[in-house]
Design a protein around this ligand. Structure first.
Ligand code: ADP
Length: 355
C-alpha cells in the first residue's frame, strides 16, 4: 500500500510540474509604440523592430528591450487585433483570459482598447470575434457582459442603471468572493445576458459614458482608474470542457506615470498613488507567476484580487505595454519598458555600446 501511495504522490508531483511547465508561454508581453509628428520624429531616442525596442541613452550607448511582439508606430488596429486574436479563441476553447493595456497617460491605451468610431480597438473587435466563433461552434453558448471601474481601490459598477432588480437609493456595494471551485465572484455586479454584438456594444458605450460623466467632475479620473470589461461565456451540455463558464477581462489600466514626478498634490496625489500601488501589485503577481513561485501575492490590490482566477494557472494573459517615443517622455518610457521586462521574466535589457 505504501508503494502505491508513493507512486500516487510522484504522479501528482509530475502532474503539478507539467501544469507549471504548461504555464510557460501563457503570459505574453507586447509593446505598442505610438506614432510621432514629423518634428518629434527627428529627435526620438526610440527605434523598434518586430521584437525589440532600442533606446538611445547617450551618443554611444543603446539599450535593447525584447518583446514577444512589438507593434510599430504605423501598425494598424487590424495588425494589433491579428496578434491578439488567438487569446480570444482560447476563451472559446475553455480558458480564462486577460488582456491589459499598460502605459503612461496619452500613450494610446484607450486607442488600443476602445479605438475610435472609424478605427475600432480590441474591445469591439474581441466581442465581435467571440460572437462569430460562438455562431460557428457546435455547442450552445450563453454570453454575459459586465463593466466596472477600480478607483482608489474601490469597485464601481459602470452598468448599474441596467440592473434588472430595483436599486435602493444607496447602490449595493460590490464585494469579491471566491467560490468553492476557486472562481472569483463579484457580488452585486450587474451581469447582463447579451444576444448579439449590437446589444453588447450599446452596453459598452453606456459604460464608457458613465465613466466619462464621473470624470468631468473630478479632473479626468479616467486616467487614474482602471476600466475593466468582463465577457463570460457559458457552454451548455459539454461535460468534457474544463469549466462550464470561461471569461475574458479586457482592462484599460490607469496611467502608469509616477506620481512623485507629476508633482500632483491632494486628491490627485492619492489617486496617482493608488494607481501606482495597484500597478506594482499587478507586476508582482505576473512576475511571481512567471517565476512559478509557490506564493502569488494576489491579495495586495483590488485589481489582482478581481483577476485572481484569470491570471496564471491555465489562463492566457496578454500585457500590451504602450510607450511614447518622444524625447521628453524618455524617463516614463524607460519605466514602462522596465515594468514590461519584469513581467516578461527575462533579465533587464542588454546594454550595448556602439563604439
Ligand atoms: P491613453 O488612453 O493612454 O491616455 P489615448 O488612447 O487617449 O491614450 O491616446 C492619446 C491620443 O493619441 C488620442 O488622441 C489617440 O487617438 C492618439 N493615439 C494614440 N495611439 C495612436 C495610434 N497608434 N495611432 C493613432 N493615434 C493614436
Amino acid at each position: 500500500a505504501l508503494t502505491v501511495h508513493v507512486n500516487d504522490q510522484n504522479k501528482r508531483r509530475r502532474q503539478i510540474l507539467n501544469e507549471f511547465l504548461d504555464l510557460k508561454g501563457n503570459i505574453r508581453v507586447f509593446c505598442r509604440v505610438k506614432p510621432l509628428g514629423a518634428s518629434d520624429k527627428r529627435k526620438t531616442p526610440v527605434t523598434s523592430d518586430t521584437r525589440n525596442v532600442i533606446i538611445k541613452l547617450t551618443e554611444t550607448k543603446r539599450k535593447t528591450y525584447n518583446f514577444d511582439r512589438v507593434l510599430q508606430p504605423d501598425s494598424s488596429q487590424d495588425d494589433v487585433f491579428l496578434e491578439i486574436e488567438p487569446v480570444i479563441k482560447s476563451v472559446i476553447d475553455g480558458y480564462n483570459a486577460c488582456i491589459f493595456a499598460y502605459g503612461q497617460t496619452g500613450t494610446g491605451k484607450t486607442y488600443t482598447m476602445e479605438g475610435l468610431p472609424n478605427s475600432p480597438g480590441i474591445v469591439p473587435r474581441a466581442i465581435k470575434g467571440l460572437f462569430k466563433q460562438v455562431e460557428e461552434s457546435n455547442h450552445r453558448f450563453e454570453i454575459t457582459f459586465s463593466m466596472l471601474e477600480i478607483y482608489m481601490g474601490n469597485l464601481k459598477d459602470l452598468l448599474l442603471s441596467q440592473a434588472t432588480k430595483p436599486i435602493s437609493p444607496i447602490p449595493p456595494s460590490l464585494s469579491i468572493h471566491t467560490d468553492e471551485k476557486g472562481e472569483i465572484e463579484i457580488e452585486n455586479l450587474v451581469n447582463i445576458k447579451v444576444n448579439d454584438f449590437n446589444e453588447v456594444f450599446k452596453l459598452y458605450k453606456l459604460g464608457c459614458r458613465n465613466r466619462a460623466t464621473a470624470s468631468t467632475n473630478s479632473n479626468s479620473v479616467s486616467s487614474r482608474s482602471h476600466c475593466m470589461i468582463r465577457v463570460s461565456i457559458t457552454c451548455h451540455g459539454a461535460p468534457e470542457r474544463r469549466r462550464e463558464t470561461n471569461k475574458i477581462w479586457l482592462v484599460d489600466l490607469g496611467g502608469s506615470e509616477r506620481v512623485l514626478k507629476t508633482k500632483a498634490i491632494g486628491r490627485r496625489f492619492d489617486e496617482g498613488k493608488a494607481i501606482n500601488l495597484s500597478l506594482s501589485a499587478l507586476g508582482d503577481v505576473i512576475n511571481s507567476l512567471q517565476h512559478k513561485n509557490s506564493h502569488i501575492p494576489y491579495r495586495n490590490s483590488t485589481l489582482t484580487q478581481v483577476l485572481k482566477d484569470s491570471l496564471g494557472q491555465d489562463s492566457k494573459t496578454l500585457m500590451m505595454v504602450h510607450i511614447s517615443p518622444k524625447e521628453d517622455d524618455l524617463c516614463e518610457t524607460i519605466c514602462s519598458l522596465n515594468f514590461a521586462t519584469r513581467a516578461k521574466n527575462t533579465h533587464l535589457g542588454q546594454d550595448e555600446s556602439t563604439e
